[in-house]
Design a protein around this ligand. Structure first.
Ligand code: HBI
Ligand code: FE
Length: 283
């Protein structure tokens, strides 16, 4: 069945990737036609990003990064899966690019993480709008070796399928955005990044931890789900948790009541603060 192309966030460009390769669940075989330039782009991206993580990424990420295997060429997902499945029963599946929300949630709910299998071109080295293989592998995969993240992302998948039935996907996607993609945590009193969008970005990994511009506030579910986000600039608000174990505890209650509460309250702009915010300064 030819699969419908999708768009991400506000961008309405046709997505990249060959969706004719995808099966009904949007998964495909990982490409085996990478060029020397593709492997070199991956090697250079990995080398630059790995040199930045110390003192900025959380220790759980730094400890798990070597699980991606060799850094001089695009890894084979099957190779990473041998280690990942043993660690947290997750497996990586290749997808041609962004996929519609429900198939995305269904894969997460079955502990299958969709990894885009194309890589940005050399002239997109510093920024690519859609998540490419480097964002997914370097940003998301090391954190899936952590048991709390592993359970939280699966719970997100189940919760998002329920939210879809309640027409509340947008509210829940804010929680995903401000945790899995752009979350910060406290590590012995210091701020560190655990969100994939930060961990895979050379600029934002520094900005999120050291810039005085953005606000950093303690993660509160209601506050987070009221807060809009932007997909093509550095975040203006970061939500902070005490530790990764907090994520699993956060998702224990049923969200139906929470969605109803959020709907009663005005949305909050990505750069706005409220007097109830628990603010974190720069150490
Ligand atoms: N598809 N391949 C892919 N990767 C994503 O991160 C992704 C997606 N589709 C939808 C989606 N993310 C968002 O809806 C979620 O982040 C909420
Ligand atoms: Fe991502």
């Amino acid at each position: 069945m030819p699969v419908a192309p999708v768009t991400y966030g506000a961008s309405d460009r046709p997505p990249r990737g060959d969706y004719a390769r995808a099966q009904d669940d949007y998964t495909c075989e990982q490409r085996s036609d990478y060029t020397a330039a593709d492997h070199d782009t991956y090697r250079r991206l990995y080398e630059r990003q790995a040199s930045l993580v110390r003192g900025l990424a959380c220790e759980e990420f730094i400890a798990a990064l070597p699980q991606l295997g060799a850094a001089d060429a695009i890894p084979r997902f099957d190779d990473i899966n041998e280690r990942l499945f043993k660690a947290t029963r997750w497996e990586l599946v290749a997808v041609p690019g962004l996929i519609p929300e429900v198939p995305f949630f269904q894969l997460l709910a079955s502990r299958k993480f969709p990894v885009t299998d194309w890589i940005r071109t050399p002239d997109e080295f510093d920024y690519v709008v859609e998540p490419d293989i480097f964002h997914d592998l370097f940003g998301h995969v090391p954190m899936l070796f952590n048991p709390f993240i592993a359970d939280y992302v699966e719970a997100y998948g189940h919760g998002a399928l329920k939210a879809d039935a309640l027409g509340s996907c947008e509210l829940l996607s804010r929680l995903y955005w401000y945790t899995i993609e752009f979350g910060l945590l406290q590590e012995r009193g210091r701020l560190r990044a655990y969100g994939a969008g930060i961990l895979s970005s050379p600029g934002e990994i520094v900005h999120s931890i050291t810039s005085p511009e953005p606000q950093r506030i303690g993660l509160d579910l209601l506050r987070c789900m009221r807060t809009r986000y932007k997909i093509d600039t550095y975040q203006q608000t970061y939500f902070v948790i005490d530790g990764l174990k907090d994520l699993v505890r956060l998702t224990e209650p049923d969200f139906t009541e929470l969605y109803a509460q959020v709907r009663q309250l005005p949305e909050i702009a990505a750069d706005a603060g409220t007097h109830e915010d628990l603010r974190f300064g720069l150490r």
